[in-house]
Design a protein around this ligand. Structure first.
Ligand code: FAD
Length: 318
């Protein structure tokens, strides 16, 4: 079912959902089930699975020469989505990224997803490879999320890449995109970021999932501005509790977000990592209570495949 239908059917009740990372190559699917099982009691109507572009590693040969090798650390997004749908009978939402795919490969992936009965995709540009200072598009692939979105939207209208035959079949994907309450780090200002977000919605995106944030006022201002700009699709807040003291820096650095002083002060006073985790979870519970009052459609958790903290929060909310 489409995410927009799940939201409409909930009649204003806030839903619960979460995101998983494919396990590092060489691990079994059991790790995924172990990350999902404890959260199923909160009845997620959908579960997201991230997609990870390849990185480069350098292999040293006997003659001392280094060979640059392309290496995907977390493959398996499509298969994990199929396994989730088969085992839990909930919608799986694969993330689709520009990086690492040619347009032809994207088309084939979308056909696979359609055959698997997947109704929703989250369309993203994707992160830069670790070795690259900024995002480098794949030759023959897309540069921005809106370009990839155009391809999905074309397939929804029965337009395939190289039509040498009549395509009588259109896909029907419900397309989501990312939004940044604190601005995407590359955008020169909020105005520019809203311009491209609006473009994505005008091109067919039906819901937005936000970057994580810890200050609800930033989410509320973002929603207000979206509505003023004519962006009227559901805006799903993405959430992650702080669970270790090092995340004070790593989350702020990697996701370009602010940690409120109240939260960082409380964490800095903690005497153990267990205390840090408790403080982070309690903070997130209060944040979620406020978001539910605000009327958010879904509380969507970035679990990083560790269900424990999300379970404690969901127990307090749902
Ligand atoms: P875009 O919408 O393409 O925007 C990127 C930047 O370019 C922005 O600054 C925007 O303002 C600007 N821009 C957009 N369109 C244009 C245009 N036409 N011309 C000029 N400038 C433009 N990364 C992964 O690798 N895998 C994942 O699974 C993944 N999941 C994510 C899930 C969520 C909910 C979020 C919020 C992020 C996720 N990311 C993931 C990270 C994401 O790929 C990065 O944040 C990336 O840097 C931007 O992606 P985007 O889709 O927002 O890009």
């Amino acid at each position: 079912m489409k995410i927009t239908d799940h939201i409409a059917n909930a009649n204003g009740k806030t839903l619960f959902s979460f995101e998983l990372l494919p396990p590092v190559k060489g691990q079994s699917i059991q790790g995924i089930y172990d990350a999902i099982d404890p959260l199923m009691e909160f009845k997620p109507p959908f579960i997201d699975v991230t997609y990870h572009r390849e990185d480069y590693i350098y292999k040293q040969h006997d003659n001392g020469l280094l060979e640059k090798v392309s290496y995907r650390k977390r493959p398996g997004t499509v298969a994990i989505c199929a396994a989730i749908m088969n085992r839990y009978k909930v919608d799986a939402v694969p993330h689709l990224i520009c990086g690492g795919f040619t347009k032809e490969e994207t088309e084939n992936a979308l056909i696979d997803l359609q055959f698997l009965g997947i109704d929703n995709v989250l369309v993203l540009r994707g992160d830069a490879r670790k070795a690259d200072a900024s995002f480098i598009p794949t030759p023959g692939g897309h540069t921005y999320a809106c370009d990839l979105l155009q391809q999905v939207s074309n397939m929804n209208n029965g337009l395939y890449l190289h039509e040498d035959h009549d395509s009588s079949f259109s896909t029907n994907f419900c397309i989501g995109v990312a939004g940044y309450p604190e601005k995407h780090f590359e955008a020169p200002n909020m105005k520019a970021d809203f311009k491209y977000l609006k473009q994505k919605v005008d091109m067919g995106a039906e819901f937005i999932v936000t970057q994580m944030f810890f200050d609800n006022s930033k989410y509320c201002s973002f929603v207000k501005r979206c509505r003023e700009e004519g962006i009227n699709v559901p805006i799903i807040p993405g959430l992650k509790p702080i669970t270790s003291s090092k995340q004070l820096i790593s989350l702020a650095k990697f996701f370009h977000i602010d940690i409120p002083e109240e939260l960082s002060d409380a964490i800095l006073k903690c005497k153990s990592e267990k205390e840090v985790k408790d403080v982070g979870i309690e903070f997130m519970i209060e944040q979620c209570k406020e978001l539910v009052k605000f009327g958010v459609p879904v509380l969507h958790f970035y679990t990083m495949s560790n269900p424990g903290p999300t379970k404690r929060i969901a127990e307090a909310i749902f």
